[in-house]
Design a protein around this ligand. Structure first.
Ligand code: ADP
Length: 169
């Protein structure tokens, strides 16, 4: 099983790329975005300023600077607006486009946070099922990735991803 779920702090992950649940400005924010910028140092914001933002569901890559990870992949998740505004498709796009970008840069190990389930209020059960299904589908055809880790910040969040994996594997 190349997909692993754990509780922890994504800024500590020693992987080729960590994914940032960014906003469309790519200029930093709260939550996991703020934690990644704080740990990476000001050089990360300087590089992000050159990128011109990013659309919801798309992904852009920077170096990891002071992080143990070589790269940061920035993907703005959808804000939950009740489910009728394409939020599920956009969340799946975040995972798919981040993995495609990682592979195109030669990454073999990638870590994701629980995208959109913080201040963006995407329901955790649906978000976890979309995340796990999209990653498992990607892994079916990919040959480069050795490990994809979903790093949950707390055990409550992890329990949803564990259940989704149990259901979908
Ligand atoms: P979004 O705006 O996409 O909802 P948030 O940063 O508000 O993003 O929340 C996404 C998830 O990231 C939440 O489950 C939050 O608890 C978690 N999170 C916050 N800090 C970290 C961290 N250092 N490592 C991993 N996950 C984190």
């Amino acid at each position: 099983m190349k997909l692993e779920i754990m509780t922890g702090d994504i800024t500590r992950m020693q992987v080729d790329a960590i994914v940032n649940a960014a906003n469309t400005t790519l200029l930093g924010g709260g939550g996991v975005d703020g934690a990644i910028h704080a740990a990476a140092g000001p050089e990360l914001l300087a590089e992000c300023k050159t990128l011109g933002g990013c659309e919801t569901g798309q992904a852009k890559i920077t170096k990891g600077y002071r992080l143990p990870a070589s790269y940061v992949i920035h993907t703005p998740g959808p804000v939950w607006r009740g489910g009728d505004y394409g939020e599920a498709r956009q969340l799946a796009d975040c995972y798919k486009n981040s993995l495609s970008l990682a592979v195109s840069r030669g990454c073999e190990t990638v870590a994701f946070p629980s995208i959109s389930t913080g201040v963006y209020r995407f329901p955790l059960q649906l978000a976890s099922e979309i995340a796990v299904k999209t990653i498992l589908d990607f892994l079916k055809t990919d040959k480069l990735l050795r490990r994809v880790t979903i790093v949950c910040f707390d055990d409550h969040t992890k329990s949803f991803y564990d259940k989704a994996l149990e259901k979908l594997k």
